[in-house]
Design a binder for this molecule. Structure first.
Ligand code: PMP
Length: 753
């Protein structure tokens, strides 16, 4: 300390009274001291033992000294020696002396809108000044913190141990890859500060007094300066998509952004957040994290989680509004779409809701309309692992740009997927046929059954739905008994639905006996069916489970009589029921044929028939089975990815845990609201049935509930023969907060009816 005082006196003629050692700067391994002279004037002394860092420290001092002269706020000024040099020798390395800026760190004060305005103005002024600076040293840096180099951080997602969080980071990195990267080189570039976090911002009297530290400066798109400031500021905001306004607006006033830059702002901010969480995860994994490395980790994740649950069009519109750019008139666009659709499509192509929703995008368990609203999706079971799961999008894109052809060639995807999927079945179900829809799977399963048995008739369940093909409708009571249908045809034996709740009989056994009697009666007329087809929980029937014991007993009769059992797992399969991967497992029997669809490839059109080698062999009667698209390389890779994600993100387990909490909360609601007469289903495949006080099916309440929930931005389905059942079948990443949001809204709606 003695030597420092002497040195400072010698070089600067400053009489040091007090010296205190401080922590070094964030980006350097320097030594740092706070000095005070006899007049109470304060200084900061920095000593750099590392030669490489010295180069940057010298550049920082040069730039700060140069721009500091004409800025309306302060930056650290390095005091030159009498010889005009900014640095001098110290026994520990090269050193510099700076004036201390009397102010508080922004991290130590309560943030106000005025402070944000001030930060916006200062950032704007700073960037305008930096555009006049020439610095080959900073320009040559390739920092991973710099958003333009986000690609450097992609690999670090592997350090994020929580799969749901990893998915979030990959999702937002994808936005960088697809939205920014292709045009990044066209954006306006300059040297930026690069790290406007609240420990580099000084506050005095509620306003920004100065900025510190060029340790993250580099030559990069200018918009990353404000994007970085926004990312840190928004992390500490309760309502980030409202509270950011003063910051961005003030920046834009001083240093106007281009419309394109504003449109990319969301992707730029989330990219910075992703770099940050990846860095924290890596540091945590390598056990290297300093307090500073990890300080932003929690708020960065929290902001990303808010981000994914907010409509991207809303966020961008907020940024456009803050910068005075016009937003799109989506209302008239929606009206035009509706009008055109009426002209080009037949009326039988239905739309949900009286005021149909113009959807623009979706992510995970959320859907986003053009007007900026976010819907919680409890209706769509096809995006099984979540809407726009980044690994699904990547799989589609990667395989589509590699090879897409048909099953007449050998390729890896088909066999990889076939083996993987078949491993989810018992050994006797060991042959797979791939098609493009549940309907095509139904059709094929029935054709196989007919070929196998040389018989035609099919035993079906009341309310069942199995597809939109001619054969599909023939076996779907939901359709032929519904509006526009002409009743059961001569090729089906319709069996009463074995419901435990409000059905024709009291016990499962009675249903079985009745079913057997009907099939026998047909047999006596010389019309033995080739197969029975049914869902274990009837989706279109209103989420009604088959009575326990029914399938096992019926299957035994069917087996004894050479009638095949087809389990329709189009809705119930792939772990949705939580406790079982396939719904037939809950009934303790093995079907002869299983049909698959909807969730199989998360919305990429794909269906399949899984059966025994015996049935497959009989079907191979000389007529080739070929489907132009069925089992194509892209479909197979996507379907494989679905299985991987189910495992990786433990989605079956999630369906079990979240589904059972969901059901419990619905049952609790039932005790409060008389109109709920039944809560049923398994995992994330649930139903709520409504009844009037007179005991009649209450389609009116059901329809009000659906419309009111839509007004509150929740999507559900309604179904059942009397359309008095609310169907709940969200993407499998649905969480407990989502459950609470639904329960609260439904409770309020029912209380108000
Ligand atoms: N089976 C069941 C149980 C279904 O719910 C559906 C579709 N709703 C199908 C088959 C037909 O599937 P797709 O619409 O893919 O043809």
């Amino acid at each position: 300390m003695e030597t420092i005082s002497t040195l400072i006196d010698e070089i600067f003629d400053i009489k040091v009274k007090d010296i205190k050692k401080l922590d070094g700067d964030i980006n350097y391994s320097n030594l740092k001291y706070a000095l005070k002279d006899h007049n109470g004037k304060r200084f900061v002394l920095k000593i750099y033992p590392d030669h490489d860092e010295l180069l940057l420290a010298e550049e920082e001092s040069r730039i700060f000294n140069e721009i500091g002269k004409s800025l309306s706020f302060k930056v650290p000024h390095t005091i030159a020696t009498s010889g005009g040099s900014l640095f001098f020798d110290h026994e520990m390395g090269r050193a510099k002396l700076q004036y201390y800026i009397e102010a508080d760190l922004m991290s130590d004060v309560k943030k106000t809108p005025e402070m944000l305005t001030s930060l916006g103005e200062v950032t704007g002024e700073f960037i305008l000044k930096m555009r006049q600076i020439h610095s080959p040293i900073f320009a040559s840096r390739k920092l991973f913190w710099d958003a333009q180099n986000a690609v450097k951080s992609f690999y670090k997602v592997k350090y994020i141990t929580n799969p749901a969080k990893r998915k979030l980071a990959i999702y937002f990195f994808d936005k960088f890859r697809t939205q920014i990267l292709p045009i990044q080189h066209e954006l306006r570039h300059t040297i930026i500060h690069g790290d406007l976090n609240d420990r580099n911002i000084l506050i005095k009297d509620g306003k920004v007094e100065g900025l510190l530290d060029l340790g993250d400066s580099s030559f990069t798109p200018c918009m990353y300066e404000i994007a970085t400031a926004m990312s840190y500021a928004m992390m500490s905001m309760e309502n980030p998509f409202e509270e950011f306004f003063p910051l961005l607006a003030a920046y834009h006033k001083v240093s106007p952004l281009q419309r394109r830059e504003v449109e990319l702002m969301a992707a730029a901010i989330t990219t910075k957040l992703c770099i940050s969480v990846c860095n924290s995860s890596e540091k945590r994994f390598l056990k290297e994290g300093s307090e500073y490395d990890l300080v932003s980790e929690k708020p960065a994740w929290a902001l990303l989680e808010k981000w994914i649950a907010t409509n991207p069009a809303f966020i961008t519109n907020q940024f456009l509004k803050a910068t005075g750019f016009a937003t799109e008139d989506t209302k008239s666009k929606r009206d035009l779409l509706l009008e055109t659709r009426k002209q080009v499509a037949g009326n039988s192509l239905g739309l949900s809701y009286k005021e149909p929703i113009y959807m623009k995008s979706s992510a995970f368990q959320y859907m986003f309309d053009a007007e900026g609203n976010r819907y919680l999706d409890i209706c769509n079971n096809i995006p099984h692992v979540g809407h726009c799961h980044p690994l699904i999008s990547q799989a589609i894109s990667a395989q589509a740009s590699e090879l897409n052809t048909n099953t007449r060639y050998l390729y890896d995807g088909f066999t990889d997927y076939a083996e993987k999927l078949l491993s989810y079945f018992p050994p006797q179900l060991n042959k797979i046929f791939m098609v493009n829809s549940g309907s095509a799977a139904t059709d094929l399963a029935l054709r196989m059954s007919r070929t196998h048995t040389d018989r035609n008739k099919v035993a079906i369940l009341e309310y069942g739905y199995h597809g939109n093909s001619t054969l599909g409708i023939e076996v779907s009571s939901y359709k032929f008994d519904g509006k526009g249908g002409s009743g059961a045809g001569s090729t089906v034996i319709k069996l009463p639905f074995p419901s435990e709740f409000g059905g024709a009989f009291d016990s499962s056994d009675q249903y079985v006996q009745d079913a057997i009697a009907r099939i026998k009666s047909s047999m006596e007329e010389g019309e033995k069916p080739c197969a029975f087809i049914g869902e274990m929980i009837s989706g279109c029937g209103g989420q009604i489970p088959l009575a326990p014991g029914y399938m096992k007993a019926l299957n035994q009769f069917l087996q004894e009589n050479g009638i095949l059992t087809i389990a329709d797992e189009v809705q119930t399969g792939f772990g949705r029921l939580g406790s079982w991967f396939w719904a037939y497992e809950m009934h303790d029997f093995i079907p002869d044929i299983v049909i698959l669809g909807k969730p199989m490839a998360n919305g990429h059109p794909m269906g399949a028939v899984v059966t025994t080698s015996e049935i497959a062999a009989r079907f191979s009667n000389g007529m080739e089975f070929f489907s132009s698209f069925g089992g194509n390389p892209v479909s197979c890779v996507v379907a494989s990815t679905v299985l991987n994600i189910i495992e990786e993100e433990k989605l079956q387990e999630n369906a079990k845990v979240v589904g059972s909490a969901f059901k419990q909360k619905l049952i609790a609601l039932q005790t409060k609201h008389e109109c709920i007469v039944d809560v049923r289903g398994e995992g994330l495949f649930l139903g709520i049935e409504f009844q009037t006080s007179a005991g009649e099916p209450d389609s009116k309440t059901t329809s009000i509930v659906k419309d009111k929930l839509k007004e509150q931005f929740i999507l559900i389905g309604t179904d059942g023969p009397f359309v008095n059942v609310v169907k709940l079948k969200p993407p499998m990443c649905f969480d407990l907060n989502n459950v609470d949001e639904f329960i609260e809204k439904l409770d309020n709606i029912l209380s108000a009816i």
